[in-house]
Ligand binder design. Structure first.
Ligand code: TTP
Ligand code: MG
Length: 413
């Protein structure tokens, strides 16, 4: 059965919101991220700034060198989150199932709601129009027969773009001459390894299918499928409020091989999960950990029957499960709690008579160690950093601190 998937992605999202709210910035190179006199990176920038060579993830000093006349603005995550909620509400109304990928990006399964590609194309334009009229922002929309084609389609005509890829044949024709990097799941390392095999374009993957499968195993087979336009992944909903689990995950700005850092980030994610689950009054004794390696291979491990669902327990269980997994460079790490309503899960209380105090003490102990390691007071900033999207900035600070420490001790990562 054919499917119809829409992928929506906002154009220069944070920058566009700032420009919308301050029209005097219109047409100017606007750079969102650290300020030029601070340490840090570019989160994103307007297309005018991209004309100067500025890019997401670039060191802010480098950005300033390329574009001293730029307007530099510190990100306001609360604002972007509020806008994001409005965006997703519009988009979701077109789909039977939607998968929010980020603040500014979502996959929508419109197979049933659109019925055919012509109507889906109309929907895409309607989504663009409503996003512009109701929120004053532009987005790029791709319509396709599978998720990775939809994603490629949305990027094809950016900004304010629209593009469709209705069939596998169209996909293969479009992509054959493109670099392997453009395929879903091909990061810089995979691309390099493929290039070393003399495989540079998507067509090369198809022509050297056997070799790719031999060199990359399961991922290789997946890549050969993708190069052929085959992608069976389904749009998967994710809404913590009504889900059967609460989870939190984080993608590092650069892949991380430092497992001390990974363990510490897990503890912060666990704190965030504990916080969110408690807010919804949910308690579970199932703990999950999810890890995506730099080659996009994703592994999930779970266990049930945890003694409680305090952050420290979540973290310790996740650490244990992590020990049994491969120690490859990590792109994304996540933890979660599930199995809500299971008996024997202690409710978390702040009653000092209760046993939860030791968990808090143990937590304080770990956070204090981390305070020294990263020169950041996690205990004091606990409330602050747990807000959605601040954690990413904190993790980035941690990553950079660790790189400094480790390079001082003569190690490469
Ligand atoms: P993207 O969709 O990757 O970028 P964008 O919307 O700014 O620009 P484009 O038109 O190319 O889609 O990311 C969405 C937001 O996520 C972006 O506005 C800021 C944030 N972000 C970061 O904070 N750091 C990053 O490295 C990237 C890539 C994005
Ligand atoms: Mg975007």
């Amino acid at each position: 059965m054919g499917r119809i998937i829409i992928h929506v992605d906002m154009d220069a999202f944070y920058a566009s919101v700032e420009i919308r709210d301050n029209p005097s910035l219109k047409g100017k190179p606007v750079i969102i991220g650290a300020l030029p006199d601070q340490r840090g990176v570019v989160s994103t920038c307007s297309y005018e700034a991209r004309g100067f060579g500025v890019r997401s993830g670039m060191n802010i000093k480098e950005a300033y060198r390329l574009c001293p006349e730029g307007v530099y603005i510190h990100p306001d995550f609360e604002k972007y989150k509020a806008v994001s909620e409005q965006l997703h509400a519009i988009w979701d109304s077109y789909a039977t199932v939607s998968e929010p990928i980020a603040f500014d990006e979502s996959f929508l399964d419109v197979t049933a709601t659109a019925g055919d590609f012509d109507r889906a194309a109309e929907m895409a334009h309607e989504i663009k129009r409503r996003t512009r009229e109701e929120l004053g922002l532009t987005c790029s929309v791709g319509v396709a027969y599978c998720m990775s084609a939809a994603k490629i389609a949305s990027e094809e005509m950016k900004p304010d773009g629209f593009f469709q890829i209705r069939t596998r044949e169209e996909f293969v024709e479009l992509m054959s001459g493109r670099e392997v990097r453009e395929l879903f799941s091909v990061g810089p390392r995979t691309a390099e390894r493929l290039n070393d095999l003399g495989i540079v374009t998507v067509a090369d993957i198809r022509e050297h299918a056997k070799e790719v499968e031999r060199a990359f195993g399961k991922h290789g087979a997946f890549l050969v499928g993708l190069a052929d336009g085959i992608d069976d992944r389904e749009v998967t909903p994710y809404r913590p409020e009504d889900a059967k689990s609460v989870s939190r995950e984080l993608t590092f700005q650069e892949d991380v091989s430092d497992y001390v850092l990974i363990r510490d980030v897990i503890l912060l994610l666990a704190l965030s999960v504990e916080d969110r689950a408690a807010k919804y009054g949910l308690h579970g004794n199932g703990i999950s950990v999810k890890i995506t390696y730099s080659d996009m291979k994703t592994i999930t491990r779970t266990r049930t029957g945890a003694p409680d669902d305090s952050a420290i327990t979540i973290a310790k269980e996740a650490w244990k499960m992590l020990e049994n997994l491969g120690k490859k460079p990590v792109r994304l790490i996540g933890v979660g709690v599930f199995n809500f309503g299971a008996k024997k899960v202690r409710q978390m209380t702040l009653d000092p008579e209760e046993e939860e105090v030791p968990a808090e003490e143990e937590l304080a102990y770990f956070l204090e160690k981390m305070h020294k390691r990263y020169r950041f007071d996690f205990m004091k900033n606990r409330e602050w950093m747990l807000r959605v999207d601040r954690l990413h900035g904190v993790a980035e600070h941690m990553r950079i601190q660790r790189m400094k420490t480790l390079s001082k001790h003569g190690r490469t990562h």
